[in-house]
Design a protein around this ligand. Structure first.
Ligand code: OOG
Ligand code: MG
Length: 262
C-alpha cells in the first residue's frame, strides 16, 4: 500500500460520486502514479462499503478483461476483478435508463452460480466445474467512470472494473451438459448480430476466469462463498449502446436474454 487512509477514502468517494452523478473523470493514476495493486483493490472495497451503507446488497462478483478481444480493445494484459450489487441488476427485457450512465457498453458473458465455496490458491478449472451449480447467459453493461473509457489496470480496478448494470437470464444449464469452450455466443443489437464468439475466448475456458478470481481472493485471505453468482468476463469486445437500442444475447444451450436502453 502506498496511499494513506485519507487519500484512499477520498478516491473512493470521488469515483463513487462520479458513478452516482453519471460524471466522468480523469484516471486516478494521473494524480497518483505510484499507487499499487493493493491500493487499487482497497479503493474498490471502500466503494463497495459506500454502496452497502446506502442499503445495497452484494449480488455477485465479476471477472473482467479475461478475453483477448477485451484486452486488445482496452490496451491491457491482465484480468481484473470487481463486485456487483443488487442496485445494478436489471430484469430480463427491462429498460436501462441511460441518463444514469456516462457512456454505456454491453458485453456478452457466461455466468456461473456456485453450489460450493471456492478457495485459492491452487484453484483450477476442475475445481470450478465441481463447485458450479449451473451456468447462465448474462449481459454486463459497463460504464467506465474514466473519460473516453481510457484507463490503466490500477485505475480500472479502483473503479470497480467499470461495473454498472447486469442482467442474467435464459436457461440455467448444468455444466456437465455443455462444453463451455465451444459454446457459441451471439450478441444482437436492434435485431442485427453484431459480435460472435465461443466460450474459449475467455482464458481458454470461462471456468479459468472463475479459478483466477478464487486465486486472487485467496491471495487476499478470502474466498468465493457457496451461492455466489460470477460474471466470467466479456467473450467479445464491448458494444456501444444508446437510447432506443435493444440488445439480445443468445448463448448455445442457455437460451437468450435481452435489455432495452431508454
Ligand atoms: C473493464 C471491465 C471489463 C469484461 O468483461 O471484460 C469487463 C472495461 O473494459 O471497462 O467487465
Ligand atoms: Mg464484463
Amino acid at each position: 500500500m502506498t496511499l494513506n487512509d485519507a487519500v484512499l477514502q477520498q478516491l473512493a468517494l470521488h469515483l463513487d460520486s462520479c458513478q452516482q452523478q453519471a460524471r466522468d473523470t480523469v484516471k486516478i493514476t494521473d494524480q497518483y502514479p505510484d499507487m499499487d495493486w493493493e491500493d487499487a483493490y482497497e479503493i474498490q472495497d471502500r466503494i463497495l462499503k459506500l454502496h452497502l451503507n446506502r442499503g445495497a446488497r452484494l449480488a455477485g462478483l465479476k471477472c473482467g478483461l479475461t478475453s483477448h478481444a477485451k484486452m486488445k480493445q482496452m490496451g491491457v494484459t491482465e484480468p481484473v476483478f470487481g463486485f456487483l450489487v443488487d442496485t445494478f441488476a436489471v430484469a430480463p427485457g427491462d429498460a436501462v435508463d441511460t441518463r444514469a450512465l456516462i457512456h454505456p457498453k454491453v458485453e456478452p458473458e457466461i455466468v456461473f452460480v456456485l453450489k460450493r465455496e471456492l478457495r485459492g490458491p491452487g484453484c483450477h478449472i476442475g475445481a470450478v466445474l465441481a463447485a458450479t451449480d449451473f451456468v447462465m447467459a448474462g449481459i454486463e453493461v459497463i460504464d467506465s467512470r474514466y473519460r473516453d473509457f481510457k484507463f490503466d489496470l490500477k485505475s480500472v480496478i479502483a473503479d470497480n472494473t467499470s461495473a454498472a448494470r447486469f442482467v442474467v437470464g435464459g436457461r440455467a444449464c448444468p455444466v456437465e451438459q455443455i462444453d463451455l469452450r465451444t459454446c457459441g455466443v451471439v450478441l444482437e443489437k436492434n435485431g442485427q448480430p453484431v459480435t460472435f464468439g465461443a466460450g474459449a475466448a475467455v482464458l481458454g475456458h470461462p471456468a479459468a476466469a472463475v479459478a483466477a478470481l478464487a486465486n486472487h481472493l485467496g491471495r487476499r485471505g478470502s474466498s468465493i462463498p457457496a451461492g455466489t453468482m460470477i460474471l466470467s468476463g466479456g467473450v467479445t469486445e464491448a458494444v456501444t449502446v444508446a437510447p432506443g437500442d435493444h440488445v439480445q444475447l443468445r448463448v448455445q444451450d442457455m437460451g437468450a436474454v435481452g435489455l432495452r436502453f431508454v
